[in-house]
Design a protein. Structure first.
Length: 167
């Protein structure tokens, strides 16, 4: 349940690893369907709307975790299960292992990249909307995602090659 909720936060919300790790139960408002996230380089938390699938996964995790205040995602260390905040190394290892089981090489930030690329595809390349989703301060960062998504260089290369007479 915990891992599913984490994966939903990483992908559905495009959260960074540190954003997930720093979430506390108090940041989550399941009734309102929001989570308050402290973004990279920010001084205050931003409320994000939870998609229904993410909300459901978080509700299931809270059912297992309980409602005690503290870290939203606790460590599942075999020696002390449920004690302490999940660490960056623990999150990285969990994501890598789940990916390995499915035959993929996956890492937490790769899920964020995939989410942003998917958001660009689903919005028809609406960079402004995806900037809000990804919470990048500079829209130019998203241009890299968009270029990778569409292989603009490859498309231009085809046109240049086709323009050569007698080819």
């Amino acid at each position: 349940m915990r891992d599913r909720a984490i994966l939903r936060c990483l992908f559905d919300l495009g959260l960074r690893r540190a954003e997930v790790l720093n979430l506390d139960l108090e940041d989550l408002d399941l009734e309102a369907g929001t989570v308050a996230v402290l973004g990279k380089g920010r001084n205050s938390k931003m409320k994000l709307t939870l998609p229904p699938e993410t909300r459901k996964a978080l509700e299931a995790w809270i059912g297992v975790r309980g409602v005690a205040p503290g870290a939203l995602f606790c460590s599942m260390n075999r020696a002390k299960p449920g004690e302490g905040r999940l660490t960056a190394i623990g999150l990285y290892g969990m994501v890598r292992e789940l990916g390995r089981r499915l035959g993929f090489k996956v890492w937490p930030h790769g899920l964020r990249h995939a989410a942003i690329t998917e958001a660009l595809d689903l919005t028809g390349g609406n960079v402004r909307a995806v900037q809000r989703f990804s919470r990048h301060r500079d829209v130019r960062v998203l241009e890299r995602y968009d270029d990778n998504r569409r292989d603009l260089g490859g498309e231009v290369a085809k046109q240049v090659a086709a323009s050569v007479p007698g080819a």
